[in-house]
Design a protein around this ligand. Structure first.
Ligand SMILES: N[C@@H](CCC(=O)N[C@@H](CS)C(=O)NCC(=O)O)C(=O)O
Length: 415
């Protein structure tokens, strides 16, 4: 497939990619989600590069974009949307394991899937499936009830930690046996499809859950064991009968592969912004005031809804420029994600007010308003539209219910 180079770090580019859907697969992801991490590990191993071979859409789980829900109504991440090809429409993979399998079917240099013929390979595949089932079932069940104890008030987190530890001890025993069985690890991938050394993949020297070399099971379980440790790092590190598992985890989380999927571009923290929503930058203290009052009534920096007649907003692709022009020096800024469907007030797409024009001229009333009024003139020529670019304007107060998400905003890979 011929792939176009698309920079991923400029948030203004994302909607541009969205305007030519179908060009590359789209991955909806969430940086810290263990299911998404395992999918990214496989996609990265298979050689896919975000921004080149695939569009990465980092979403906020509390404000899932309509495009994600349209692709998969269950609303979990990861979701991979494959472009239509030939007479086949686009395909949606909405389970992390299906995404891993798709990626590894394309390219599996370390034979993570153990696809070889014969009874031994079949046994490995069965082993792998059982490990993953144990992870995704009982281990995940107890992990959630230990890590997010507040969400499960009926349970006793200590009991769930103990039940999860019992499973971890089984995995520890496997690793001990694998270490004993293979002796000193050489880092060789015996029988790997292209004979590459596993250290090429940044996965360290083993031992591994299936013995001699990494497999799908290591990649599928590692993000969950990482999560277990993160819930109580010193408690996990103090478990003296888990030393093989502790080494395995340490090796995995410090591996080049894991570093790559947690850092940009795979671990992009700049969320993907839906073109179906509109956005407003608010001074942090003005948004706090709105929460106390029950609605937001500022138009733009330094001007109220009453002064201007409407609330300025931006489309996703206009946001970065709006920030640069008006808020770059404003201190803490909160980005409001607004669902236009939930606005009681009229929403109109209009050119930005011109300097000396109607609402724009109001800006001269504010401190330093003249300079900003001039910038409003600039804004209207944003994107080379020569004054014809349309911006969303909300003709009335913004009710809190229409704000899907409020988050600190900064350009680029903001933490
Ligand atoms: N079985 C799914 C599970 C995915 C899953 O549960 N992801 C979590 C995030 S780690 C999610 O999207 N939860 C939805 C939510 O929190 O609203 C898979 O393997 O992909």
């Amino acid at each position: 497939m011929a792939l176009e180079m698309v920079p991923v770090m400029d948030p203004a580019m994302a909607p541009e990619m969205a305007q030519r859907p179908g060009a590359v697969p789209i991955l909806y992801s969430f940086r810290r989600c263990p299911y998404a991490i395992r999918a990214r590990l496989a996609l990265q191993l298979a050689g896919l590069r975000p921004g080149l071979d695939l569009e990465l859409r980092e979403v906020a789980l509390r404000a899932k974009p309509p495009e994600l829900l349209q692709a998969s109504a269950k609303g979990t991440v990861p979701v991979l949307v494959l472009p239509a090809s030939g007479d086949q429409g686009s395909t949606v993979l909405d389970q992390s394991l299906a995404i891993m399998a798709w990626a590894l079917d394309r390219h599996d240099p370390g034979d993570w899937q153990r696809l070889g013929p014969g009874a031994a390979a079949a046994e490995k595949r069965q082993d792998m499936a059982a490990l993953i089932e144990q992870n995704d079932g009982p281990f995940k069940y107890h992990l959630d009830r230990f890590k997010y104890a507040g969400r499960y008030p009926a349970g006793e987190p200590g009991d769930h930690r103990a039940a999860a530890l019992a499973i971890l001890r089984q995995w520890n025993r496997r690793l001990e046996q694998a270490g004993a069985g293979t002796g000193e690890m050489t880092g060789e991938i015996a029988g790997a499809s292209d004979g590459r050394d596993c250290t090429d993949l940044g996965w360290g020297r083993g031992p591994w859950l299936l013995g001699e070399r990494p497999s799908l099971a290591d990649a599928a379980l590692l993000p969950f064991v990482r999560q277990f440790r993160l819930a109580d790092p010193s408690g996990f590190d103090a478990e003296s009968d888990l030393s093989a598992l502790q080494r395995w985890l340490h090796q995995g989380i410090t591996s080049a592969a894991m570093a790559a999927v947690l850092a940009p571009p795979w671990g992009l923290r700049q969320p993907w912004r839906s073109p179906s929503w509109i956005y407003h930058l608010a001074l942090a203290e003005e948004w706090q005031e709105a929460q106390r009052q029950g609605s937001y009534r500022r138009s733009t920096r330094g001007l109220s809804l009453e002064q201007v007649g409407f609330i300025h907003a931006s489309r996703a692709d206009q946001l970065a420029a709006t920030y640069r022009r008006f808020y770059g020096d404003a201190g803490p800024v909160t980005l409001l994600t607004i669902d236009p469907q939930q606005l009681p007030a009229p929403l109109r797409y209009e050119p930005a007010p011109q300097r000396g024009g109607d609402a724009g001229s109001d800006r001269s009333a504010e401190a330093g308003g003249e300079e900003r009024a001039a910038k409003v003139g600039d804004e209207s020529s944003e994107g080379g539209e020569k004054g014809n670019e349309l911006f969303p304007h909300i003709y009335g107060p913004l009710p809190l219910e229409a704000v899907l998400n409020a988050e600190p905003f900064a350009l680029g890979d903001s933490p």
